[in-house]
Design a protein around this ligand. Structure first.
Ligand SMILES: C[S@@+](CC[C@H](N)C(=O)[O-])C[C@H]1O[C@@H](n2cnc3c(N)ncnc32)[C@H](O)[C@@H]1O
Length: 218
């Protein structure tokens, strides 16, 4: 966990703070928002508003993030995106920053997000998706297999790496092979009922910012 941010920063070619700020910048002072999969809380720390629910299945992550997210606005909640323990129409925005790819049932999770959003509320997803086009796909696989792993070894001391059960990039590669393209999830969002669905390519057709809104009148 102490090297989590360093690993993420290097693997995103130092772009992570820019992407996080862009999504966090959409939040208004008086809003109630939900972050799904806050992990150690790197993105959650940027959410300045009335209330921030942090939905996380991992108890060690919740305990770790609680130390850095001590402000009164944070409300940790144990649970999964596929079964959000919040009432219908209870939040103004939902954020999934590098967590969406881990949801086992993406359709179910999107339906749950739609349920807990207030009319007019928005979903913001920043994540790695399957690259569009064979060349970009090959580049991304090479980056994950070779480039990112090499940088990781430079960024994290050998002593710390010895304690890891798995190389984090091995698991990321497994996840990457299982994820669809951003366009597939745009389609899924529309099926669930989201409007104004759009996707912005943040990096080489592989990292995208997906946005959608629950209609004001349903
Ligand atoms: C890569 S971390 C994201 C960290 C954080 N959003 C950030 O930007 O710093 C992914 C997190 O998603 C959580 N997660 C995985 N599957 C989930 C699910 N189905 N529902 C909610 N959270 C999930 C993991 O436990 C992990 O903490």
């Amino acid at each position: 966990m102490p090297y989590y941010e360093r690993v993420n920063l290097t693997s995103t070619l130092l772009q992570l703070p820019i992407w996080r700020s862009r999504a966090a910048g959409t939040v208004g002072d008086g809003e109630e928002v939900l972050e799904i999969g806050p992990g150690p809380g790197g993105f959650a720390g940027l959410l300045h508003c009335y209330r921030v629910y942090l939905l996380e299945p991992s108890v060690p992550m919740i305990k770790y993030s609680a130390r850095r997210l001590s402000a009164g606005r944070y409300r940790p909640v144990i649970g999964l995106a596929e079964d959000i323990p919040l009432k219908e129409a209870s939040v103004d925005k939902v954020f999934c920053v590098f967590s969406f790819r881990d949801f086992m049932n993406k359709n179910g999770a999107l339906r749950e997000v739609y349920r807990v959003l207030r009319p007019g509320g928005q979903l913001h997803v920043v994540d790695l998706f399957r690259a569009i086009g064979p060349l970009r796909r090959l580049m991304m696989e090479l980056w994950l297999k070779r480039g990112a792993g090499t940088i990781l070894r430079l960024a994290v001391p050998r002593k710390a790496r010895k304690g890891w059960k798995h190389d984090p990039y091995h698991q990321l590669m497994v996840t990457y092979r299982g994820i669809g393209t951003a366009y597939e999830y745009e389609g899924l969002m529309r099926e669930v009922g989201f409007k104004e669905v759009k996707s912005t390519d943040l990096l080489l057709g592989s990292v995208h910012y997906l946005q959608g809104a629950k209609p004001s009148t349903t």
